[in-house]
Ligand binder design. Structure first.
Ligand SMILES: *Cc1c(COP(=O)(O)O)cnc(C)c1O
Length: 401
């Protein structure tokens, strides 16, 4: 394995980032989780079970689609899409929740909990909770509940309890804090399914491993079809799980350029964006050492994005490391740019992408124009945008009524 992964196996550090900075009360649970996962990872039965659900429940492998019309419209490099939008529940999140529910089952847990922003991870958790008949509780900020009511209804229909969180800005960061509190109180029978490559060790490693199926499949599919590898790979970054999963297929291929795209919001002033790589400083958030958007006193500054899934003031510790090491280039795209790309992909390709993914599309567009026609860009299409159509229609008043 490459240098990047060696860090992660060692005490859960990626360079100086990562580690386990969580309340004392969770220490034993995290150690147990780490030990269980280490064993399961090599267990034949576990691997077979995971493979079974990937194929027969999620619908993997997800297709690789050549975007002929986007390629033509952008007038540069060829554009390829890894279709995580076609997974059951409509995003990459289920790759992780299936894996983690199998760990929870192996540990004999009877209850699962999760945090959610846009509600995608909540839905993916409610889904596996129903399938394995486990008591399921999902924490969601009141502000996100308002923006994504339909996802809350989906979760309840599948039997999950959705708990609104009114603390702070009532968004993802606050829901995560509340889920951590629940876990500390109920750790004996409960597994916390963290939804992105964030949190204390071993979560960033576990989530990355389950999401790396995206990059491993993509590399194989692309090579089979083209006899070569793509020149560039682009993915959006909230906490960073779809991106790290995609990048992991290519991280050792030094000639493949990797690009992570964060949410630039509506301006560069604190509180109006989620561009952690551009504006964050080293700090601690949700049990890990990473880059965090904070003020001069070290107080976390609320994040903003038009897409609830990117609305997070930190980033996974492995991304902070990949930024520092230079292996991945991070950029950001603002709300308007994401909205434009969202509508362009709808009209040109007949695919409604998630607003999160639209950030990656807008960045890929500028990249494509600088590249040659024989070069290739692979985009991680992390999810479908059905959840976003009401919000987009509201923001583009009158255009769709
Ligand atoms: C949750 C979500 C994201 C952002 O989360 P990451 O952990 O950064 O991948 C991106 N796209 C979609 C469709 C999502 O649901």
């Amino acid at each position: 394995m490459g240098k990047e992964s060696k860090h992660s196996e060692k005490e859960g550090y990626f360079g100086e980032f990562g580690g386990r900075y969580s309340p004392e009360i969770l220490h034993d649970a995290l150690v147990e989780l780490e030990a269980t996962y280490k064993k399961l990872k090599k267990n034949k039965h576990f691997k077979k079970e995971l493979e079974y659900y990937r194929k027969n429940y999620i619908g993997r492998p997800s297709p690789l689609t050549y975007a002929e019309r986007l390629t033509k419209a952008w007038g540069g490099a060829r554009i390829w899409l890894k279709r995580e939008d076609l997974n059951h529940t409509g995003a990459h999140k289920i790759n992780n929740t299936i894996g983690q529910v199998l760990i929870a089952k192996a540990m004999g847990k009877t209850r699962i909990i999760a945090e959610t922003g846009a509600g995608q991870h909540g839905v993916a958790t409610a889904t596996v909770g129903a399938m394995f008949q486990l008591e399921t509780v999902v924490y969601m900020g009141d502000e996100d509940l308002r923006r994504q009511e339909l996802n809350a209804i989906r979760m309840r229909m599948m039997g999950a309890k959705v708990v609104g969180v009114s603390a702070g800005t009532a968004t993802l960061k606050d829901a995560t804090s509340e889920a951590m509190r629940d876990w500390a109180l109920n750790v004996s029978n409960t597994h916390y399914i963290v939804g992105s490559s964030i949190g204390p060790h071993p979560f960033p490693t576990i989530v990355r491993d389950f999401q790396s199926v995206i990059g491993i499949e993509s590399r194989k599919q692309f090579k089979k079809e083209n006899g070569k590898l793509p020149n560039a790979v682009v993915a959006c970054v909230g906490g960073g799980s779809n991106a790290i999963g995609m990048f992991y297929g290519f991280i050792k291929d030094k000639k493949v350029k990797l690009y992570g795209v964060e949410a630039g919001g509506y301006s560069s002033t604190p509180g109006s964006h989620s561009a952690t790589m551009a504006f964050g400083k080293t700090g601690f958030l949700h049990g890990t050492k990473t880059l965090v958007i904070q003020d001069e006193f070290g107080q976390i500054v609320p994040a903003h994005s038009v897409s609830a899934g990117l609305d997070y003031p930190g980033v996974g510790p492995e991304h902070a490391y990949l930024h520092q090491s230079g292996r991945v280039t991070y950029a950001n795209v603002n709300d308007e740019g994401a909205l434009d790309a969202f509508l362009e992909v709808c009209r040109i390709e007949g695919i409604i992408p998630a607003l999160e993914t639209a950030h990656a599309f807008q960045y890929a567009k500028s990249l494509a124009k600088e590249m040659g026609k024989k070069e290739d860009i692979l985009i991680c299409l992390s999810g479908r945008g059905d959840k976003d159509v009401a919000e987009v229609a509201r923001l583009r008043k009158g255009e769709f009524s």
